[in-house]
Ligand binder design. Structure first.
Ligand code: AMP
Length: 668
């Protein structure tokens, strides 16, 4: 096993040679002429001159060796269905979807917006876009109509792909009415909508605009759609993420750099590989619907009947959602690029019982699992015997990301599973981990509370917020920043807004152009990094990133609200929850019933505009908000009192009574 420190240094000191080697992990039509063009910082162009295709690398290139190996395993504990697709079947379905998208007018460079639950067709659609050189823009299925509309307006999609409904905890969530409403309020008029009919909710199709997937699929059953070879720098997708303003940012990613980064991460970070088994014979599978989770006769486990074969196949189970970056990278692209089987899971971790994930680990011989601390905290509340019921011997490690991993949670899951628990820190913007342990290079020990070390390619610095200087001593708190160029796979720019990319990410540290993560961090004497929270107004609820300003802007639209502040407050289960403090326009005469009504209306407004993910845990109606004498809202002080902490220096505060009231309400 190599020495990680050396591996890391080489990635920076011999950058081009290092990444040229990584580039060999994927297939190229034309090999790159130049590894990194950084002639216009901070814009990095990776693998210039190379042409490739993400779908080819995820699907087609495995056909010669793994055609009959399971590639995509779809499990829904909401509908009780399990369907497994081999690489060969996936190839067929993706071509059908690609043909349908083409028939609906999608061309290279066009955007296709996906508003979908966790179903196989979502994966087909993402891969089909990649196949024809179109960009997908996945919008999380939990988002409400106006959030969806603002993304439609920014992405200007040629086609939207959606489904009649999602389902959560057994409750059907109809998507079509939300989509219809979004299309009504959006300025951009999307000509074509492709609807997958799951039969969960009735829906009516708008003639001339809406099309049924089953009908169009039938028309393209034998479609052969070749991969479009695109430049390495051709954008593969955009994905919206929250920032400090209400306007979401479309993170734009390239093709070649992303494919290389993911392939390299599977090898060096996740220590994952497809396995040696050659699948050259066996019955075709797929399109089977069977009860789950315990039905052993439904989707066959990777490796078919021979247990020796099963053990040699890599199976990746990432419990995220395709609406988030983790889902893009580690449900869809990375496992498939690596030739592994990937599990797409629709459902809760606790339904039908808290053993469901582990039953899947046993059944499919999952080798690598990827989840979020918040899900583990949910499981921690359940009977630990659920974990011991299943044979988890196939599992090599559990990776957790998206929010800080607290010690009790890490201990609990580590004791329960008996495999390494690996924290990894990254962002929508980077697409793959910035800090973790590169287990495929050197299995360095983990340290509780720390995601680990900077990953190869990331020139990570801790900088002084005021002076912009590097903090070189251990245990100094600074802004976690990355010296350019960002490594392959990271964002190219903000969709159609280069100025925002430069200004927001590269312009916040005084005196230097360096990428800011907007996270505080420290490094201990042994080089382990620790994340200490955001430097901006972004909060993290159950691993989902929300801009408090976005929620404030929404609440401020309520006619009865004069002013509002939203802060993130520590929560044992979700990490953080949003807490809103609203000043009523007409405070006099607002009795308890009227307050309750106003709170309810505000919650509904947020649900309707941003979706339930953004709903504050509480809306407190207050007389005034804590501000400085110059009128600046003291959000950090507000947050501190909500968490029972000392709010710090309040000498510049206008009226201490505001904070007292907030404290009483938050603690009451
Ligand atoms: P997102 O772009 O939604 O993935 O959110 C990224 C943000 O989540 C980061 O900037 C951090 O604030 C937080 N985050 C992600 N992973 C971790 C982690 N392992 N530890 C602490 N914070 C994390």
């Amino acid at each position: 096993m190599a020495d990680y420190a050396q591996f890391y240094r080489r990635s920076l000191d011999e950058r081009d040679a290092f990444w040229a080697e990584q580039a060999e992990l994927i297939d190229w039509k034309q090999p790159p002429q130049q590894i990194c063009d950084y002639s216009h910082p901070p814009f990095a162009r990776w693998f210039v001159g190379g042409t490739t295709n993400l779908c080819h690398n995820a699907v087609d290139r495995h056909l010669s060796q793994r055609a009959l190996q399971p590639a995509l395993i779809c499990v829904s504990t909401e509908t009780g269905q399990e369907r497994s697709y081999t690489f060969s079947e996936l190839h067929v379905e993706v071509q059908r979807m690609a043909a349908v998208l083409r028939a609906l007018g999608v061309r290279r460079g066009d955007r296709v917006l996906l508003y979908m639950p966790m179903i196989a067709e979502a994966a087909f659609a993402m891969l089909a876009c990649a196949r024809i050189g179109a960009l997908h823009t996945v919008v999380f299925g939990g988002f409400a109509a106006s959030s969806l509309a603002s993304r439609i307006d920014d992405a200007e999609p040629t086609v939207i792909v959606s489904a009649d409904a999602g389902s959560r905890g057994g409750k059907v969530v109809p998507y079509k009415p939300l989509l219809d409403e979004a299309l009504r309020i959006a300025h951009h008029k999307t000509a074509q909508v492709l609807m997958v009919e799951r039969g969960l909710a009735p829906m009516s199709l708008v003639p001339g605009r809406d099309h049924a997937w089953t009908t169009l699929r039938e028309q393209h059953l034998n479609a052969e759609v070749a991969c479009e070879w695109v430049d390495a720098t051709h954008p593969s997708y955009t994905l919206y993420t929250s920032g400090t303003t209400g306007r979401p940012k479309g993170v734009q990613r390239d093709t070649g750099g992303y494919a290389v980064a993911l392939a390299a991460s599977m090898r060096h970070i996740f220590d994952a590989e497809a396995g040696q088994t050659l699948f050259t014979a066996g019955p075709p599978q797929g399109e089977k619907a069977a009860p789950c989770p315990s039905g052993a006769q439904d989707a066959p486990a990777p490796g078919g009947g021979d247990p020796r074969e099963r053990r040699s196949v890599g199976v990746f189970f990432c419990t995220s959602d395709i609406g988030w970056v983790v889902g893009h990278s580690y449900i869809i692209y990375a496992p498939l690029i690596a030739g592994m089987a990937t599990i797409l899971y629709e459902g809760l971790p606790t339904r039908p019982d808290a053993g469901v994930w582990w039953s899947l680990v046993e059944k499919y011989r999952v080798t690598h699992m990827f989840s979020a601390p918040t899900a583990v905290r949910v499981l921690k509340k359940q009977d630990p015997r659920y974990l011991r019921r299943y044979d988890l011997s196939s599992l090599t490690a559990l990776f957790l990301a998206g929010e800080p991993l607290d010690e009790p949670t890490a201990h609990w899951i580590s004791d329960a599973l008996g495999v390494p628990i690996v924290d990894n820190y990254w962002q929508t913007e980077t697409g793959w981990p910035i800090l973790t342990i590169a287990r495929g290079v050197e299995k360095l020990p983990t340290r509780l509370g720390s995601p680990g070390f900077p990953m190869y390619g990331y020139d990570v610095r801790l900088v002084d917020e005021a002076t912009g200087e590097d903090l070189k001593e251990p245990n100094q708190k600074g802004v976690l920043a990355i010296e350019g160029p960002l490594p392959p796979g990271c964002m190219q720019t903000v969709w159609r807004d280069d100025a925002r990319f430069v200004g927001t990410y590269w312009g916040s540290i005084p005196g230097r152009q360096i990428y800011s993560t907007f996270d505080w961090g420290i490094r201990d004497k042994d080089g382990y990094y620790f994340i200490l929270g955001r430097t901006d107004d972004v909060i993290n609820v159950a691993g989902h990133r929300l801009g408090t300003r976005e929620i404030e802007e929404c609440i401020a639209q309520h006619a009865g609200v004069a002013e509002v502040a939203v802060v993130g407050v520590a929560d044992a289960l979700k990490g953080q929850v949003a807490m809103a403090f609203a000043v009523a326009r007409d405070a006099t005469g607002l009795d308890a019933a009227a307050r309750l009504r106003l709170e309810g209306e505000i919650m509904k407004l947020v649900d309707g505009q941003l979706g339930a993910v953004a709903r504050p845990a509480r809306v407190h109606i207050v007389a005034l908000l804590p501000k400085t004498r110059s009128g600046k809202l003291l959000r950090r002080a507000l947050q501190a009192v909500c968490e029972g902490r000392d709010p710090g220096d309040l000498t510049t505060m206008e009226d201490p009574a505001a904070l007292e009231q907030a404290r009483a309400l938050a603690q009451g």
